[in-house]
Design a protein around this ligand. Structure first.
Ligand code: SF4
Ligand code: SF4
Ligand code: SF4
Length: 274
């Protein structure tokens, strides 16, 4: 199957939040009551039940006037996903579309993925079992993998009336991103394509009007080396020698001690992350 990408061109977004409503609707996610914070932004950040949030930023431009910057934020679907690497239960996996998904039945709610996602995306949900016990599990945007499997576009892309969210083959989307970058440069001199290579590229790619940090995105996110070592060497060997449960306990220690969110250094350039 072709490698596919969701492209978010923030310069076309008008902040209507139809993508948020479509996501809640399609994924049957409950509403969450939020306090008014003085901003039009409805939620402070992503939650286990809110898989995309429209962020609102006010930014003074070179003419001394204000730009109102919007961003549809959701899972990046990293090619090299830290959440997948650190999960001791192999509950997180890649699909043929390139999306990263959680197997709810396998998730034990340990939260290592939450601790290690460089973008602060994945979150834990608490729910009650039929026997009354409380369980936790990790939840996030699926890239609408169930829709992709049936030849449909992601619900957010379908709902977006300005064309700010597009979905297509990697080649088409990256070519489109370059064309759009060239078009918006006059108006947004700091515009750039965000497709961070520290995680080997992502399946949500942005055209940003300003530096990633303006949008609360890390400039150069990376998978922590300790997570790679854990996934590729320690976990397989440990499970063979000591069993799954023991390795989960060891994982808790390692996760809390060594894994961190390496936000990296600032990088210059228009296509800094291509
Ligand atoms: S953004 Fe976070 S939750 Fe999404 S795939 Fe990357 S590491 Fe996993
Ligand atoms: S909470 Fe733990 S078990 Fe569940 S997906 Fe995250 S790392 Fe895996
Ligand atoms: S791709 Fe689907 S799950 Fe992800 S933000 Fe869009 S509507 Fe929500």
């Amino acid at each position: 199957m072709a490698d596919t990408i969701k492209f978010v061109d923030v310069t076309l977004c008008d902040g209507c939040r139809a993508c948020m409503v479509a996501c809640k609707n399609w994924n049957d996610l409950p509403a969450e009551r939020e306090e008014f914070s003085g901003s039009y932004q409805s939620h402070e950040h992503l939650t286990a039940n809110t898989w995309n949030v429209l962020t609102f930023k006010e930014q003074e431009n070179s003419n001394g006037t204000l730009d109102w910057l919007f961003r549809h934020s959701s899972c990046m679907h990293c090619t090299d996903a830290a959440c997948e690497k650190v999960c001791p239960e192999n509950a997180i996996s890649y699909t043929d579309h390139g999306s990263v998904v959680v197997d709810y039945d396998a998730c034990i709610g340990c939260g290592y993925c939450v601790q290690n996602c460089p973008f602060g995306v994945i979150q834990l949900n608490e729910y009650k079992e039929e026997n009354g016990t409380t369980q936790r599990r990790a939840q996030k945007c699926t890239l609408c993998t169930d829709r992709l499997d049936n030849g449909l576009l992601p619900a957010c892309a379908t709902a977006c009336h300005t064309g700010a969210i597009q979905y297509g083959s990697k080649e088409e989307i990256l070519a489109m991103a370059k064309q759009r970058l060239a078009k918006v440069k006059d108006r947004y001199p700091n515009a750039n394509i965000y497709n961070p290579q520290g995680v080997n590229g992502t399946h949500t790619v942005y055209l940003l009007a300003d530096k990633p940090s303006v949008y609360d995105l890390p400039e150069d996110p990376r998978v922590p080396l300790s997570a790679k070592v854990w996934k590729d060497y320690a976990q397989p060997t440990g499970k063979a020698l000591f069993g799954v449960t023991t390795m989960a306990v060891v994982g808790a220690f390692i996760g809390n001690t060594f894994f961190n969110k390496d936000k990296g250094e600032e990088v210059e350039g228009d296509e800094r992350n291509e």
